[in-house]
Design a protein around this ligand. Structure first.
Ligand code: BG6
Length: 486
């Protein structure tokens, strides 16, 4: 990749907020500790909360300490970069204060760690006030809109102020080491790619299960639900990385072009097939990890039609994947925290082992665990040890990479996804960020699912907190004689 110029100031909107304090500042501190921040890089945090730089730095140090050990010398260097600007950047006064704080810096990054409802206003203000200068970059968190129309509105305003190559739309899943490892697994090994198609693969499962409930995030969540909160972004990104064609290199557009092609090949849902191919659920009271958990509606305080669980059978209409269903499942208040991709291969075409071993034969399966444990297991058939009357007995055994044991030394620590992403923004590398057409294509497809649900009058089915979702989620996959890898 051609070297983009290094940013020299990060302006963090919403600097006192949860995301900034829990993820962004700890990540920036670690980047500094690891020697990744250039000496001149400034960090300007801005928010409405009343504070001065010293008080803000003290608060931020506590947040960084909550993630791990802080070294006094590194902290001193890091704190010297910090400046806090109290105010509202959408006013003339606020913008003037920010300009003063940015000072001589020439290449600012504007990180909007804000409610998406403020994106348009803040972006316009950056344009009007002249804070956005040629070359400056803007970083936004998901969700970019709530549907195609609202995402287009945001993207249009972004485009008035920033050229697309300077817009960094974050999907924090792409910052996870294990998610990037999917690219390495597929494209740095000769082993899998020849098998990665409908001749050999039976189906794919992608599960993102959480034990946490929605809790006090309901004002946001109730507007979005599992489909828009998890599926439109994180899960479709995982699907794209599994399903895309090999890009010619790791340039941002090479990778993103291939992902867009996958999104364009997703078969739209229709009113006629939506009940057959999808399940919506909402958790009721139950027990998770031995603790009583409230129903979603009790957290919400009233009746709600928002889904906290979604399972979908997705078909990708292209040559590689025709006839290979992708089963996607995500939910809150499930029994386990687990992000897992399962590549289920087809069975052998003919068994030579006779009747006794017929029942032993299990088709190969590649299990990629992304969270909480990182592991890659390939289930292979072996001869069962020992003697038996009649024919040979067989046994399926895992070939396991045990990634946690394999990663030793300074790289053993699990990195925060934002470390990678912030470093990439500073260097101007957008490979791991979501391009405008990508986010819009994902919304186009998701809007189709939401519209089909509405047309078919599909209300979420209840499931007890601590269970694997409504019974329909099992039926969804069993209809095609497959089962979830639980
Ligand atoms: C966020 C969603 O994008 O991702 C949350 O808004 C969800 O609802 C979170 O809990 C999951 O992220 P992770 O990294 O904990 O898997």
């Amino acid at each position: 990749m051609a070297d983009a110029p290094l940013a020299d100031v990060i302006v963090l909107f919403g600097g006192t907020g949860d995301l900034a304090q829990k993820m962004l500042f700890p990540s920036l501190y670690i980047l500094d500790a690891d020697g990744f921040l250039s000496p001149g890089l400034k960090i300007v945090a801005t928010a409405r909360a009343h504070a001065d730089t010293a008080a803000f730095a003290a608060q931020t140090r506590k947040a960084v300490e909550a993630r791990g050990k802080v070294d006094d010398a590194v902290w001193e260097r890091f704190a010297a970069r910090l400046e806090y600007v109290e105010g509202d950047a959408t006013t003339d006064e606020g913008a003037a204060k920010l300009k003063a704080a940015i000072g001589e810096a020439k290449l600012p990054i504007f990180y909007l760690s804000l409610s998406p409802s403020l994106y348009i206003r803040v972006c316009r203000a950056l344009g009007h006030s002249g804070l956005a200068v040629p070359g400056s970059r803007i970083v936004l968190e998901k969700p970019i809109g709530r549907d195609l129309e609202s995402s287009k509105e945001i993207n249009a305003v972004l485009a008035e102020v920033f050229p697309e190559q300077h817009v960094f739309r974050i999907d924090h899943y792409l910052g996870k080491e294990t998610v990037q490892n999917l690219l390495a697994l597929r494209f740095a090994n000769t082993l899998f790619e020849p098998l990665w198609n409908n001749l050999t693969i039976d189906h794919v499962q992608i599960t993102v299960a959480e034990t946490e409930g929605v809790g006090d995030r309901w004002p946001y969540y109730d507007e979005y639900g599992a489909l828009r909160d998890m599926l439109q972004n994180h899960m479709l990104q995982l699907l794209c990385l599994v399903a895309m064609e090999p890009p010619s290199d790791m340039e941002p557009d090479s990778v993103r072009n291939e992902k867009v092609k996958v999104l364009r090949s997703l078969r739209p849902f229709t009113r006629a097939d939506v009940a057959h191919n999808s399940v919506r659920g909402q958790y009721t009271a139950g027990v998770v990890g031995g603790q009583a958990a409230k129903a979603y509606e009790a957290e919400r305080g009233q009746h709600s039609d928002t889904e906290t669980f979604a399972a979908l059978r997705v078909d990708i209409d292209n040559w590689r994947w025709a006839g290979v269903p992708f089963f996607l499942r995500t939910g809150k208040r499930l029994p386990d925290r687990r992000t897992q991709i399962v590549i289920q291969f087809k069975g052998v075409p003919h068994s030579i082992f006779g009747d006794g071993a017929e029942a032993d034969l299990v088709a190969n399966r590649l299990i990629i665990d992304l969270q909480p444990d990182e592991d890659i297991e390939l289930l292979l058939m072996n001869k069962a040890p020992g003697l038996s009357r009649g024919g040979m007995r067989l046994q399926s055994l895992p070939l396991s990479l045990s990634l946690l044991k394999a990663y030793e030394g300074p790289n053993a620590r699990r990195r925060i996804a934002y470390e990678r992403l912030l470093l990439d923004v500073i260097h101007g590398n957008s490979t791991l960020f979501v391009r405008r057409d990508e986010v819009e294509q994902a919304w186009r497809w998701v809007d189709g699912v939401a519209a089909a649900w509405a047309d078919a009058g599909m209300a979420p089915k209840p499931y007890a907190a601590g269970s694997w979702g409504p019974a329909g989620a099992f039926a969804l996959i069993e209809r095609s004689e497959r089962v979830w890898n639980d």
